[in-house]
Design a protein around this ligand. Structure first.
Ligand SMILES: [Zn+2]
Ligand SMILES: [Zn+2]
Length: 333
């Protein structure tokens, strides 16, 4: 392949535009609203309408000098580079970035998953020459179970402990809304109670057309009424003073990381729910193959196994070590 027009720090060289830059830049394309990808302070931000709405909600209207909406599938020509955004299936508005310049096609996946999710636009496979893929769960041990089975486990526990509240630790953007939506999909139509930190983003999802059913602020009801109910809270809140307001809570956490049993045990989680918004090992490999890319750059997580696997398939592959992407508390998915 000719020298890629994308640099390893995800700068699009011919037009000096960065994808998900960790530092403020004059022009940025943002894949989705999570904090390790979407930062405030850029001159101009190009993103999907949902991502821009999320960034404005989290950071304020003036978090970028200029906002440019690019709906899914529409092409934008910038000085000879054709840019389009395609659903990544990770959270509401999350996009893969497709770039074409001088006959070379590049796709940057951002964070993605391929399982259907009513709270995110369905992942779309995009063929390319160079694929820049995430690798959060890029090890063969990561094979996510079906989310509906995890929700069924939760509901069995709720039925078994009618005197206790179930509090589910979920990241406030994406995971909380997905867990609520999965509960609704499984037929659970009781009110779901929210920690205050969840309210704004749940409202935004509803405003943007994602139904979440009957949601209530957990502070609005007396403690006793929360017995037998489900409460959604940030992972950090489930063990602090706040949770003393709940009747004998069962602590649950919904995250792809919950498949690491030791991690769940160490964090004192009674009911680990393996619900991930990232592709697992099988999805990552399938995607690399199906895009028919001949070159693969691996970033955002456990790069080495996926690089090695790609090379075994005869592809040119290398890790990108971009330090900005970490699974801190902001990105527990
Ligand atoms: Zn993300
Ligand atoms: Zn991420």
């Amino acid at each position: 392949m000719a020298k890629p027009f994308l640099e390893r720090n995800l700068r699009i060289a011919p037009i000096d535009v960065y994808i998900d830059p960790p530092q403020p830049q004059a022009r940025a394309i943002i894949t989705h609203g999570h904090a390790d990808h979407a930062r405030s302070g850029h001159g101009a931000v190009l993103a999907t309408p949902d991502t821009i709405a999320i960034m404005k909600t989290r950071y304020g209207e003036d978090a970028a000098g200029r906002w440019e909406e690019l709906p899914f599938g529409e092409k934008r020509e910038i000085d000879g580079v054709t840019v389009s955004l395609h659903p990544a299936g990770h959270i509401l508005g999350s996009a893969q970035v497709r770039l074409e310049y001088a006959g070379q096609r590049i796709v940057v996946t951002g964070d993605y998953k391929r399982l259907p999710d009513r709270t995110a636009q369905q992942f779309e496979l995009v063929e390319c020459d160079l694929l820049v893929t995430e690798a959060t769960f890029g090890l063969p041990v990561f094979q996510h179970p079906k989310p509906s089975d995890e929700i069924a486990r939760l509901l069995r526990s709720v039925a078994s402990f009618p005197e206790r509240a179930h509090v589910i630790g979920c990241y406030a953007l994406g995971k909380a809304q997905r867990v609520i939506s999965l509960l609704r999909e499984s037929g659970y139509d009781a009110p779901i109670y929210l920690h205050g930190a969840m309210l704004r983003l749940c409202d935004l999802y509803v405003e943007r057309g994602i139904p979440l059913g009957d949601l209530r602020h957990s502070l609005d009801v007396p403690k006793a009424e929360l017995a037998g109910q489900i409460v959604i809270a940030p992972p950090g809140a489930i063990k602090d003073r706040w949770s003393r307001r709940l009747p004998d809570p069962v602590l649950a956490v919904a995250s792809g990381w919950m498949s690491v049993k030791q991690r769940a045990r160490q964090s004192g989680v009674e009911l680990p729910l393996v619900i991930s918004d990232h592709a697992d090992w099988n999805e990552l490999r399938e995607t690399i193959t199906e895009t028919r890319a001949n070159t693969v750059w691996v970033t955002h997580g456990r790069e080495d196994a996926l690089v090695y696997w790609s090379q075994q398939q005869g592809l040119a592959a290398e890790p990108l070590r971009i330090e900005a992407y970490e699974d801190g508390p902001e990105d527990v998915q």
